[in-house]
Design a protein around this ligand. Structure first.
Ligand SMILES: N[C@@H](CCC(=O)N[C@@H](CS)C(=O)NCC(=O)O)C(=O)O
Length: 236
């Protein structure tokens, strides 16, 4: 049985880590049987989750996990894409995963209003040993990294102003299509859906979520992907 090592579900989301949710969305989409092994990054060979263990073989990194299983498929998810579409998928994924990862992190750890609602729930979710000084140090390190990418806890308006153009660009890229690269879901959709769902479906509102919800085609897209891969998951 394939083991998927990742965080336990949290905050009504299948996974509060968009990278974990991406890998799991893919496994579900491909109907690959797996079992979740709940845990954190410390047990991962790369220090990051998700990773899978398949018959003793360890594969870390959401993109590497998708590539590993795609190699075994008769029809590849991205097989029909032309070179320009593949290049678009590559650049969009790289940019969105970087920018929205920090926006999602900021919504929870950086924005003082977000931290006020995130912290109490996080403390209950974390193992005892991570609740006190460890959590304090972890947040300190994240705040430093957020400042380095221009997301200042003292200025949420300016921080979210960096995330909104990413959502606008995604909305424009999607347009009237059901999926980002046309009529069929591709590997890019596993990533973009997981990142968008972590914004649209998180339980407490913030300016980035409010903006995402005004972009009707992105909201419809999330519903479409949810119906495809997470139908059994309760609505936010
Ligand atoms: N490129 C990796 C990124 C994974 C990643 O950043 N995971 C985060 C959770 S969202 C993590 O494990 N962070 C722990 C750390 O940086 O210490 C992937 O696609 O899987």
């Amino acid at each position: 049985m394939i083991e998927l090592h990742q965080f336990r579900p949290f905050w009504g989301l299948p996974n509060a880590s968009p990278f974990c949710m991406k890998a799991e969305t893919y496994l579900r989409f491909r109907k690959i049987t797996y079992q979740v092994v709940p845990g954190g990054p410390r047990s991962s060979p790369t220090g990051k989750i998700p990773y899978i263990v398949d018959d003793g073989r360890v594969i870390a990194d959401s993109e590497a996990i998708i590539a590993y299983f795609e190699r075994r498929q008769h029809v590849h998810l991205d097989g029909e894409l032309n070179k320009a579409q593949r290049a678009t998928a590559f650049f969009v994924r790289e940019l969105v995963e970087d920018r929205l990862y920090w926006q999602i992190t900021y919504m929870r750890w950086g924005d003082p209003a977000g931290w006020a609602v995130f912290k109490p729930d996080l403390v209950k979710y974390l193992p005892m040993g991570m609740r006190g000084p460890v959590l304090f140090l972890l947040r300190g390190s994240l705040l430093k990294q957020m400042r380095q990418v221009g997301l200042d806890p003292a200025n949420p308006e300016a921080a979210y102003a960096k995330g909104k153009p990413v959502l606008n660009a995604l909305s424009n890229l999607l347009g009237d299509q059901p999926y980002f690269l046309g009529d069929q879901p591709r590997s890019l959709d596993m990533s973009l859906y997981a990142f968008l769902a972590n914004i649209v479906d998180q339980p407490y509102g913030n300016p980035l979520q409010a903006h995402a919800r005004t972009l009707a085609n992105l909201a419809d897209y999330c519903e479409r992907m949810k119906a495809l891969c997470w139908q059994d998951w309760p609505s936010a």
